[in-house]
Ligand binder design. Structure first.
Ligand code: CA
Length: 233
């Protein structure tokens, strides 16, 4: 079996929300497998090749957090996390666990469909030259191979972290605003999701062992955004 980008795994324990999402996605031509707890989610995930996962954070049996963590041990499949209003810390946790994006309830199904489409487009269309290799000394990015090495050790990045790193490092020294990065990395231009970029930057820094107080690669430009520096030695 191979990955089918039309196949979506939806994990949501609230029946009304689940059914509404299924109806919208099926109407858009997606094939949805819907489950209502975290245990079933992991079983379905292991048994099939999905193109994307929509994952509620608060779930019976196995939490969305744990499901996300388990999926990320073996897969960089796009994951959209659903969180209840006010779970600010929780949604940041979701991104730290490796979700690509999140939506806060209540959200419009149309917005969810737009996010799904954007993530799938971004995850699977190769918009890079066939042999692009970004070489910064100890840090090497093989763009078409989706592979990053730091001191010859492979760094495991999610699709969003990878896209963020490539976007910034293609133009060292150029400052990107959070809004620009939302558009380039997540593929849409809604307001209010700049925090997502902050979380992805934080994760990326941790994986690259880049200290924000004394950065080598990723610099915060206060009031402006982020930039990458080529500090190869
Ligand atoms: Ca729930």
């Amino acid at each position: 079996m191979t990955v089918d980008n039309r196949k979506i795994l939806l994990v949501e324990d609230e029946a009304a929300i689940r059914e509404a999402i299924v109806a919208y996605l099926e109407n858009e031509g997606y094939l949805v497998t819907a489950v209502d707890d975290g245990q079933e989610a992991l079983e379905e995930f292991a048994a099939d090749f999905f193109g994307l996962v929509i994952l509620d954070l608060m779930l019976p049996k196995v939490s969305g957090e744990k499901v996300c963590h388990t999926i990320r041990e073996t897969s960089d499949i796009p994951i959209i996390m659903l969180t209840a209003k006010g779970e600010v810390e929780d949604r940041i946790t979701g991104l730290e666990l490796g979700a690509d994006d999140y939506l806060v309830k209540p959200f419009s199904p149309r917005e969810l469909v737009a996010r799904v489409r954007a993530l799938l487009r971004r995850a699977h269309i190769a918009d890079e030259p066939a042999h692009e290799r970004l070489d910064f000394g100890p840090l090497v990015i093989d763009v078409p191979g989706h592979k990053v090495t730091l001191q010859d050790e492979e760094v495991e990045l999610t699709a969003s972290e990878f896209k963020l790193l490539v976007t910034l490092s293609r133009n060292p020294g150029r400052v990107y605003s959070r809004m620009e990065l939302v558009e380039k990395v997540l593929g849409y231009d809604y307001d209010g999701y700049e925090r997502t970029i902050d979380s992805h930057v934080k994760n990326l820094r941790a994986k690259l062992h880049d200290d924000p107080r004394e950065p080598r690669w990723l610099y915060t430009v206060h009031g402006a955004g982020y930039r990458f520096e080529n500090n190869a030695v």
